[in-house]
Write a protein that binds this ligand. Sequence first.
Ligand code: NAD
Length: 361
Amino acid sequence: MDLNIVCIPGDGIGPEIVTEAKKVLEKVGSVYGHNMKFTDVLMGGASIDVHGIPLTDETIATAKAADAVLMGSIGGDTNTSPWYKLPPEKRPEAGLLKIRKSLNLFANLRPAILYPELRGACPLKEEISEKGFDMLIMRELTGGLYFGERKTVEENGQKKAIDTLTYSESEIRRIAIKGFEIAMKRRKKVTSVDKANVLDSSRLWRAIVNEVAKDYPEVTVEHMLVDNCAMQLVRDPSQFDVVLTENMFGDILSDEASMVTGSIGMLASASLNDTKFGLYEPSHGSAPDIAGKDLANPIATVLSASMMLRYSFDLDKEADAIDRAVDKVLKDGYRTGDIMSEGCTKVGCRQMGDLLAERIN
Ligand code: NAD
């Protein structure tokens, strides 16, 4: 199979971690007989330095023409970098918002996995963490409260602020379909999270999720109120497989879920549109404090590349090979500085990439 992948190395540690992810993908290509075609483009600070803006129309067009986009991370030190003296619409992060919008990426996926070897980093009690967990938070990204009409008015001598939470049937249906499709590739359980005891938008959400569920009889569906879900994530995260939810609830719950893993350098993410196209990137930022020092953990980016193979190319076997390589490298005791613990072997970004590539079979 020919895989046409656009890469956005970006800023800070971005180029280092993307190089290692490409190394692993090349190895997958050679073992499983695929042709990886990578096209690098500029975004964020790197684009500002060359073009004066964080994202050009040409870059958007190149990304749109690809099968998928693999990104490192963008942005610099917000206190010292000259990029942050520019007006907000010309700063690195504006490029990120623009590319998500241009590519119509409405579904955000963030896996939160507790690896047995990294259990020590989990802030939960041992009796909870010893069960492990492997969940995926699926958040609607382009609707709801963050995109509704908002205004501040003056009433009876005091200011009043109004935000609107709107969801249409079609917006809910398309994310629910994605959620069920993805559950079919996992443990076949969807927990749909809402606030249906209070909000109309949540009652519609629940009704549409139930309608979509009829097309996926193999998937178990449960509905959970968001306040309960926030509690269950720290009480027993092992109960979750796919957590399907709207924009604001997902924003909060996905951060909570990543925190309970305790390892920022291990967290992958994906943003998808209604075709097979997606943008894949680690959940962390560009870590300017360790950039260029061969200290970054490339695993979050490598796991994002695995998600790319699974969700954009339906190459599940190949994605499993990457996930297995990550398990193996941790079992073999190799760690970058951020996940280092006693008795393990400390390696840099490049060596971690080599060790992962060696374990692809
Ligand atoms: P950050 O995630 O870059 O770093 C937070 C801490 O975690 C730092 O100490 C860093 O060294 C460490 N860290 C992060 N990733 C690591 C990795 N792979 N390996 C080892 N250590 C790692 O967050 P920040 O410092 O708040 O932000 C830095 C820049 O990144 C800012 O410009 C911010 O806007 C940008 N940012 C970009 C994205 C993105 O591109 N999607 C996301 C978040 C932040």
